[in-house]
Write a protein that binds this ligand. Structure first.
Ligand SMILES: Nc1ncnc2c1ncn2[C@@H]1O[C@H](COP(=O)(O)OP(=O)(O)OP(=O)(O)O)[C@@H](O)[C@H]1O
Ligand SMILES: [Mg+2]
Length: 374
């Protein structure tokens, strides 16, 4: 349509008249404001004044959101382009209007879609985080459960270990009740003390092993001490004279871990080694610092691991043992614990036969050990 400088409609085409529900005659000569909703009139007048002072073309889509109102009062979004022109009788403005109801509806749908998408992403992120937490909880339980199964098999062996000194304690105590010689009484007392300490040590080892690790209870751990603890436990529990366990350690910096989990790692590997040795055999454990790592090598003279199994031994439930002997969880747990401390574990078949496990733990940072939590 063409609008004169007094705001009167001088020319209008059929499409625009249809858009607003008027006939051509109804619009010609009328103020352009009949096409605007009430609320916009004041703003429109200001606009027209400004525009009259500095008329310049305004392309489509360059303005704010505008609304038109049809003859029957229906309001709808429009886009307007303005093109001013000078005539003999003054300024006119050629206004081009497009009904953008459909476009607005699509934009609105798009916006809702985006909102929904963002909601979904947020939901999914939350779910993933929950799943991760759940996984950690399950792993924590699994580690503990596996430990308790191991404790189960230990207990019968340890029963002997406790029974022997207990028998000595009982017999000596009985002798003590009839003894009148003070020097002998003292000697019996010392014997009882020695045996009882032995029992206490065994029980302490076992309960330390069985203890669940507090969730954020990382400590500086001397790997050599952990290994000594695991070896002591294995020796007592598995009571296998045919197998020698030899440890060659060199002083190594501490690592940051839960001590009982490090014992669990070493103990599980020793247990496998003992199970893999059919007759007489040797298990060698060696520690060394390698740069920023502490490396532990555990090698046995057992049957070795067939090459096709090497990649699978850390899988959960992979076992070559009978149902009563193994669940296939030992090395899975070992792997989980080691990687949780950002360590690595490898297995190989050394030239001389048997199996060799190599574990590397990062050494604890000297300064900010407290912050370094997995
Ligand atoms: N030192 C080893 N020598 C030979 N084979 C081994 C050795 N260590 C592990 N394996 C093999 O890896 C498999 C998986 O070991 P893992 O400790 O995970 O389970 P498991 O010992 O069978 O059962 P679990 O430890 O749950 O009692 C074993 O069944 C065995 O075949
Ligand atoms: Mg095992």
């Amino acid at each position: 349509m063409v609008v004169g400088d007094r705001g009167d409609i001088q020319f209008v085409n059929q499409t625009l008249a249809d858009m607003f529900g008027y006939s051509l005659e109804e619009l010609l000569g009328k103020p352009v404001e009949i096409l605007l909703p009430e609320q916009h009139l004041a703003a429109h007048r200001r606009h027209v004044e400004n525009y009259a002072r500095r008329p310049e073309p305004r392309p489509m889509g360059a303005g704010r959101d505008l609304e038109g109102v049809s003859k029957d009062g229906r309001r709808f979004p429009v886009e307007i382009g303005l093109q001013p022109a000078q005539t003999y009788s003054g300024w006119i403005v050629v206004a081009t209007l497009i009904d953008i109801t459909k476009r607005k509806a699509i934009e609105e749908r798009l916006r809702k879609h985006e909102e929904r998408l963002e909601e979904l992403v947020a939901e999914r992120t939350w779910e993933l985080r929950e799943a991760q937490r759940e996984k950690e909880r399950v792993l924590e339980h699994l580690i503990q459960a596996e430990k308790m199964t191991a404790v189960g098999t230990l207990v019968s062996g340890i029963g002997h270990e406790i029974n022997n000194p207990l028998y000595v304690v009982l017999a000596t105590a009985e002798a003590l009740t009839d003894e009148e010689d003070l020097a002998r009484c003292r000697a019996y007392g010392h014997e009882i003390l020695k045996q009882a300490k032995d029992i206490a040590e065994t029980v302490k080892n076992l309960s330390q092993y069985a203890q669940p690790g507090a969730r954020h209870d990382l400590q500086r751990v001397d790997i050599n001490a952990s290994i000594a603890g695991a070896v002591r436990l294995a020796r007592r529990a598995l009571r296998d004279d045919r197998i020698e366990i030899k440890t060659t350690t060199s002083p190594a910096p501490d690592i940051l871990a839960k001590p009982e989990e490090i014992r669990q790692v070493v103990f599980n590997i020793i247990r496998n080694a003992i199970q893999a040795i059919a007759d007489k055999g040797l298990i060698e454990i060696h520690t060394a610092q390698e740069g920023d790592w502490v490396a532990v090598r555990i090698q046995d003279t057992g049957a070795g691991i067939p090459n096709e199994h090497l990649k699978r031994v850390f899988d959960p439930f992979f076992t070559t043992k009978g149902p009563d002997e193994g669940e296939g969880l030992g090395l899975y747990i070992v792997h989980q614990i080691v990687t949780r401390y950002r360590g690595t574990i490898d297995v190989e078949n050394p030239a001389g036969g048997g199996a060799r496990f190599v574990i590397r733990f990062p050494i604890a940072d000297q300064k900010n050990a407290e912050e370094e939590r997995p």
